[in-house]
Design a protein around this ligand. Structure first.
Ligand SMILES: [Zn+2]
Length: 341
């Protein structure tokens, strides 16, 4: 019996050493320690032994089983370790490989231009106001001195949604909303940046969707001279300290008088080049004193209050500043274009 047990431990030990996987090991465990193992047969046989023999053989059986259990446990740890080692080897990081360069994104040129213009005006004490892009005819036209059938409406070909609703053609309705909201009629100093829409055919210089920034000042003594001072400062900030401006008479329904504003050409310094069409001047925006009809429509006492307004196309400013020749580049999101700025 003693020899038989020793033999079993040797056989089990050999079988355990050959196991390469946990599954194989579990099969061996079942074979030697399971319910149908030879140890169980031996335990059955114990019944036939004398009372002195029983505890001695029983102890030997237990010791043999413990020895096999220990071997199985040891093998299991070994297999686990090998598995981890193999994984580590497979997943080793080669720290000598050169790294991949991750390109860092940046703001779109239009966003940068808007923020630059906003910064100039915020520095002058203006507040930024925004409003809806789907606007009523009343705010977009009527309250801006553009009643229905006014011929000047044709200056702004519009996308109507219903007879009374349209995609705003300018950010001026934000001015109207701000005037109406200012029920105490305190001095107002705001800029309104945003997307606007016109029924234009897209080409090099036109887009059915573009962006504007308008500025509006209303108080008891805002004058054309204040407007001119503001325009000169903005032109210098945007296009360089040596810039000059000139005002030409123009017409907008919501301002009276109205002006077109030119900046002295920053490419040729006024001598004349292809950019300024040999004139030395480049048109950058429209402006004027707020038409009394606009102030009256918003409930302002025009004997007491007056104001000035200006509006510029952000794309035009960006195109001039950065030498972009086609407005469509600003909207097609070609990374080869976008990453240049
Ligand atoms: Zn020029």
């Amino acid at each position: 019996m003693e020899n038989k047990l020793k033999q079993m431990v040797i056989l089990a030990s050999d079988a355990i050493k050959k196991c390469k996987t946990i599954n194989e090991l579990m099969d061996v465990k079942a074979l030697y320690l399971g319910k149908k193992s030879e140890f169980n047969t031996i335990m059955q046989d114990l019944k036939g032994l004398s009372d002195e023999e029983k505890p001695r053989i029983g102890k030997m059986v237990n010791e043999a089983k413990q020895a096999i259990s220990a071997l199985i446990e040891e093998r299991k740890n070994h297999i686990d370790r090998e598995k981890i080692d193999a994984l580590l080897k497979e997943q080793t990081i080669d720290i000598t490989l050169p790294g991949k360069k991750i390109a860092i994104g940046h703001k779109h040129i239009l966003t940068k231009t808007i923020e630059e213009i906003e910064d100039i005006f915020v520095g002058l004490g203006y507040t930024i106001k925004e409003g809806p892009e789907i606007e009523s005819d009343k705010y977009n036209f009527e309250m801006l001195n553009l009643p229905k059938d006014h011929p000047a409406r044709e200056m702004q070909d519009s996308f109507y949604i219903t007879e009374e609703t349209l995609l705003r053609t300018h950010t001026s309705p934000v001015q109207v909303r701000s005037l109406l909201a200012n029920t105490n009629q305190e001095p107002l100093k705001i800029i309104c940046p945003g997307v606007v829409y016109r029924k234009d055919d897209d080409d090099q210089t036109h887009s059915h969707q573009f962006m504007q920034i308008e500025a509006l000042v209303v108080d008891e003594k805002a004058t054309l001279a204040d407007l001119k001072g503001t325009l000169l400062l903005v032109a210098k900030k945007l296009f360089g300290e040596n810039r000059e401006i000139r005002l030409r008479p123009s017409y907008f329904p919501f301002t009276e008088p109205s002006v077109e504003v030119d900046v002295s050409c920053f490419k040729c310094n006024g001598i004349g080049c292809s950019m300024c069409k040999q004139t030395g001047w480049i048109e950058i925006l429209g402006a004027g004193m707020v038409n009394n009809n606009v102030l009256k429509a918003a409930g302002y006492d025009t004997d007491k209050y007056q104001g000035f307004a200006l509006g510029m196309g952000i794309e035009r400013i960006a195109m001039l500043k950065y030498g972009i020749e086609d407005i469509r580049h600003l909207y097609t999101n070609d990374l080869r274009f976008n990453s240049q700025f």
